[in-house]
Design a protein around this ligand. Structure first.
Ligand code: ADE
Ligand code: ZN
Length: 341
């Protein structure tokens, strides 16, 4: 199936939420060069083409090497503001009306960038985008699962000093060989502070990491989760409990979780009754923002127009918005969709 103008219009015009985007993964090559220059930080690239040539990945860990190296140019509150603001202006153009973005504090603390600097820049941009574009937000702080759980606990304690500006905690970075279990007590502490809990699981790691994330971390939402399909008992549970899975098609192909979009199981997951959403993950590195993920899946035959509408509604159902706001957004999706039937 080819992409068509009518469906592209539908994809763009539907109100949508984005629930799985790493702000550091929205760092475009042009900004990487500009931040490197203004902060006098040297990077191993001469120009944009040079940077883009490095974006061929074997797997998650080969991507993470480039991702952590790329973010080394982020040093000041202004950098974090500009990074977040660029993503949000783009989100506004794509009719994204609610975002629940991630950031990785440890990846900045380890370079000597204080937590408060990172958080202040990100929050100011989120507040400005809410005022200017009406985009609402819940900010999620991720712990790096390939670093000690004690370090995560320390980050959580630091975050507490900043009150209620952070809505939830997540778990990301290299997955295979790094099960959720060691983070159980950090997540329990986060829960006791009233924070939401999400976790990357079943991207490269086995289906059992999804079960562990639910049972040991109390995860309310699973990021990726595509490998649940290897365990039918788990799929039944995810369907029964309607646990949201934030799926990222372009990311999965770039990181070779699946060979092509045509082989991506998104449609099968929807048909199985799973509460899946579409997201961009690290759009600057994976070749497309949210609408491009929808468009590419539709063009490859992996989504019908009705699926697109369902996914837009799911993005609100799976969010941390209060029920009445979810319902208002879902109703708006239905109105926009009805006008294009
Ligand atoms: N950090 C940024 N992108 C990630 C991904 N796709 N998986 C795990 N950690 C990440
Ligand atoms: Zn991710």
């Amino acid at each position: 199936m080819e992409g068509d103008g009518k469906s592209d219009t539908l994809i763009e015009s539907l109100p949508k939420a984005e629930l799985h985007v790493h702000l550091e993964g929205t760092l475009e090559p042009e900004s990487m060069l500009a931040f490197a220059e203004r902060n006098r930080i040297s990077i191993p690239y001469d120009d944009v083409d040079d940077i883009r040539r490095a974006y061929e990945f074997e797997d998650l860990s080969s991507f993470l090497d480039v991702y952590y190296a790329g973010m080394s140019v982020l040093a000041t509150e202004q950098d974090f503001y500009d990074l977040t603001w660029s993503y949000l202006t783009r989100a506004a153009m794509e009719n994204i009306v609610h975002v629940e973005p991630f950031f990785d504090p440890q990846a900045h603390l380890s370079r000597g960038v204080p937590f408060g600097v990172v958080l202040a820049g990100i929050l100011l941009a989120l507040e400005d985008a809410e005022a200017d574009f009406g985009i609402t937000y819940r900010l999620i702080m991720c712990f790096l699962r390939d670093q000690p759980a004690d370090e995560a606990l320390h980050v959580l304690e630091t975050a507490r000093l900043y009150g209620h500006r952070i809505s939830g905690v997540g778990l990301d970075s290299a997955e295979a060989g790094f099960p959720p279990g060691p983070f159980a007590s950090v997540f329990a502490q986060a829960a006791s502070l009233g924070l939401h809990r999400v976790a990357h699981a079943g991207e490269e790691g086995p289906a059992s990491y999804i079960t562990d994330a639910l049972d040991l971390l109390g995860a309310e939402r699973i990021d990726h989760g595509v490998r649940c399909l290897e365990d039918p008992v788990l799929v039944d549970r995810l369907v029964r409990e309607q646990v949201p899975l934030t799926v990222c098609p372009l990311s999965n192909v770039k990181l070779r979780v699946f060979d092509s979009l045509a082989e991506h199981p998104l449609r099968r997951m929807l048909e199985a009754g799973l509460l899946v959403t579409v997201n961009s993950d690290d759009p600057a590195y994976f070749g497309g923002y949210l609408c491009e993920n929808y468009r590419a899946m539709h063009a490859s035959g992996g989504l019908t127009r009705e699926d697109v509408i369902t996914l837009a509604k799911n993005s609100f159902r799976a969010s941390f918005l209060p029920d009445e706001e979810k319902l208002a957004h879902i109703q708006h999706v239905e109105e926009v969709a009805a006008a294009q039937r």
